[in-house]
Ligand binder design. Structure first.
Ligand SMILES: Cc1cc2nc3c(=O)[nH]c(=O)nc-3n(C[C@H](O)[C@H](O)[C@H](O)COP(=O)(O)OP(=O)(O)OC[C@H]3O[C@@H](n4cnc5c(N)ncnc54)[C@H](O)[C@@H]3O)c2cc1C
Ligand code: SF4
Ligand code: SF4
Ligand code: SF4
Length: 431
C-alpha cells in the first residue's frame, strides 16, 4: 500500500517537491483530511491517523511517473515541446487589461471572455500580496480577474510585512478546494507547468477537485524564486536598482525590472540561480506542455503575448477570443483601416471561426453551441469572399505560420531544450 510516507521518501527527502499542493488538495477535497500545507509551504501530515493509505497523493504527484503515459495520451503530447496546434502572438483589445498586464494581457482577456460568455463561473488566478508574493484565489467577477492581472508591485502592502521571506510561487491548486464551497461549478485554472501535470493526473484518475476544471491555461516557466532579505538586497546590487523604485517585474528569458521612471533593468537568469527554488532545478517543462493553452512573453515584442493552442478545447477557446477580445500581432485594426479590404478580411476571419465552431459542435467538443443550421450558407459566403479577395487572409496552420510566429516557436523550442538539458544534468548530479 502506498501513502504519503512514500512521497516523503521519493520526493520530499530529495528536495524534489514543487509545492504544487496536489497531494494536500486531493486528500482534503475527498475529506480524508490527513494532510495539510505547512507554514514553510511544503505538505505534511495534519493527522496521520486519518490516512487510509489510498496512495492517490503519491500517484498524482508530478515527480512520480506512474501516470505519465496516460497524460501523454490524454493531451496528445509529442516531442519536442508538447502538442502545438497553432502559435499566435496577440494582445488584449481592452486597454484596461493591456495597461495592467504582464505582457499582452492575453490570459486575462481570455478569462474575462470565458466569464462573460458563461463558459466558466470563476477562475483560479494569483493575486499580489506584497512586493513579490502571490496568493491563489478564486476570482468570480470581472474585477477579481482584473485585480490578479499582471506583475505589479502593490507598494501599499509594503515590504516590511513580507521581509522574512519572498516567493514568486503561488500554490494555485489549493484554491481549487474553494470552488464548490463558493457554489461555482466550472472554473478556468491558471498556473505553472508543474501544477498542470498534477491536474492532468487528477483528471486521468477522475478524482476531486479536478472535476471543477473547465480549461487549463499554462504560463511558460523558467523557474520560481524564493529568497530572504539578504538575497533581496543582493539583487538590488546585481541589478543596480532600488526596490522602492520598482513598478513591476516580469520573466522572459531574463528577469525584467521595470522602474517607475520608465527605465527597464534586465538580469540574466543564470545570475539568479542563488534564489531559484530547489525543485525548479529538476524541472523540464518550460512551455506548459500539458495545458489547453500556454502563454509567455518570449518571442513576442514588448506588450504582446505568445500563445500556443494545444488541445481542441484550447483551440476553441482561442478562436472565440480571437478577433473579439484579442488582436493578432501584425493585424492590428487601425481606426483608419476600415476600408473594403479590411471589412472583407474581418468577415473572412469570422466565417472561418463560425465554420470551425460548427465542426467542434459536430465533434461534440462544444459544450454550448449546436451545429449551425446556416452552415451551408456560411461556406458559400466564405467561398465567394475568398474568390473575390484571394490571399487576403492566411489562416494560421502549421504550414503557414508567418515568419514572426515561426521565430517565436523556435525560441520556445530552444528554451524547452535548454531547460530539459539543465534538468537532466541536475538530476544526474542528484544521483
Ligand atoms: C514564475 C513565472 C515564470 C515565468 N517565466 C517565463 C519565461 O521564462 N518566459 C516567458 O516567456 N514567460 C514566462 N512567464 C509567463 C509570463 O510572465 C506571463 O505570465 C505570460 O506571458 C502571460 O502574460 P499576459 O500578459 O498574457 O498575462 P496577464 O493577463 O497579465 O495574466 C497573468 C495571469 O497569471 C497569473 N499569475 C501571475 N503570477 C502567477 C504565479 N506566480 N503563479 C500562478 N499564476 C500567476 C495572474 O493571476 C493572471 O491571471 C512566467 C510566469 C511566471 C509566473
Ligand atoms: S489518505 Fe490517501 S491521499 Fe491522504 S495521505 Fe493517505 S494516502 Fe495520501
Ligand atoms: S504532489 Fe506536489 S506538493 Fe505534494 S509532494 Fe508532490 S510536488 Fe510536493
Ligand atoms: S520551474 Fe518547474 S517546478 Fe519550478 S515553478 Fe516552474 S514549472 Fe514548477
Amino acid at each position: 500500500m502506498r501513502s504519503f510516507e512514500n512521497l516523503i521518501q521519493d520526493v520530499q527527502n530529495k528536495n524534489l517537491c514543487h509545492r504544487c499542493g496536489g497531494c494536500v488538495t486531493f486528500c482534503t477535497a475527498i475529506n480524508y483530511g490527513a494532510l495539510e500545507m505547512k507554514s514553510n509551504g511544503f505538505p505534511g501530515y495534519k493527522d496521520k491517523e486519518k490516512c487510509i493509505e489510498c496512495g492517490i497523493c503519491h500517484i498524482l504527484c508530478p515527480e512520480i511517473n506512474d501516470l505519465n503515459d496516460e497524460i501523454v495520451k490524454q493531451t496528445g503530447w509529442s516531442a519536442p515541446a508538447g502538442r502545438i496546434i497553432s502559435t499566435n502572438i496577440v494582445r488584449a483589445r481592452d486597454r484596461q487589461v493591456l495597461d495592467r498586464a504582464t505582457d499582452g494581457g492575453a490570459v486575462t482577456a481570455i478569462l474575462l471572455h470565458l466569464l462573460e460568455t458563461g463558459r466558466i463561473d470563476g477562475a483560479i488566478v494569483s493575486k499580489h500580496v506584497g512586493l513579490f508574493n502571490r496568493e491563489p484565489c478564486l476570482a468570480s467577477t470581472k474585477e477579481d480577474i482584473l485585480d490578479a492581472c499582471g506583475s505589479f508591485f502593490d507598494a501599499s502592502h509594503g515590504m516590511v510585512l513580507y521581509s522574512e521571506h519572498y516567493s514568486t510561487y503561488s500554490p494555485s491548486i489549493q484554491a481549487l478546494g474553494m470552488v464548490k464551497k463558493h457554489g461555482a461549478r466550472k472554473v478556468a485554472f491558471v498556473g505553472t507547468p508543474c501544477q498542470i501535470i498534477t491536474l492532468r493526473k487528477m483528471q486521468v484518475l477522475g478524482v476531486v477537485p479536478a472535476d471543477s476544471i473547465y480549461c487549463i491555461l499554462g504560463l511558460f516557466c523558467s523557474g520560481n524564486f524564493a529568497f530572504d532579505d539578504n538575497s533581496r538586497m543582493r539583487l538590488e546590487k546585481i541589478g543596480d536598482f532600488k526596490w522602492s523604485d520598482v513598478k513591476k517585474i516580469n520573466i522572459k528569458g531574463k528577469l525584467y525590472v521595470y522602474l517607475n521612471n520608465g527605465v527597464i533593468h534586465t538580469l540574466p537568469l543564470d545570475e539568479l540561480d542563488f534564489i531559484k527554488r530547489d525543485a525548479c532545478r529538476y524541472c523540464a517543462d518550460y512551455s506548459a506542455e500539458f495545458a489547453d493553452l500556454s502563454f509567455g512573453g518570449i518571442g513576442a515584442e514588448e506588450g504582446w503575448t505568445t500563445v500556443l493552442t494545444r488541445t481542441p478545447l484550447g483551440m476553441k477557446i482561442f478562436d472565440a477570443a480571437d478577433g473579439s477580445v484579442l488582436e493578432k500581432y501584425g493585424q492590428e485594426t487601425q481606426p483608419q483601416d476600415q476600408g473594403e479590404e479590411q471589412l472583407a478580411r474581418n468577415r473572412i476571419r469570422k466565417l472561418h471561426q463560425l465554420i470551425r465552431h460548427h465542426k467542434y459542435a459536430q465533434l461534440g467538443i462544444d459544450d454550448q453551441g449546436a451545429a449551425d443550421p446556416e452552415y451551408d450558407k456560411l461556406v458559400q459566403e466564405l467561398k465567394e469572399l475568398e474568390d473575390k479577395y484571394p490571399g487576403l487572409e492566411n489562416l494560421p496552420g502549421q504550414s503557414e505560420i508567418p515568419n514572426y510566429t515561426r521565430k517565436a516557436l523556435n525560441r520556445i523550442i530552444e528554451k524547452s531544450a535548454e531547460k530539459t538539458k539543465l534538468c537532466v544534468e541536475h538530476r544526474i548530479e542528484l544521483g
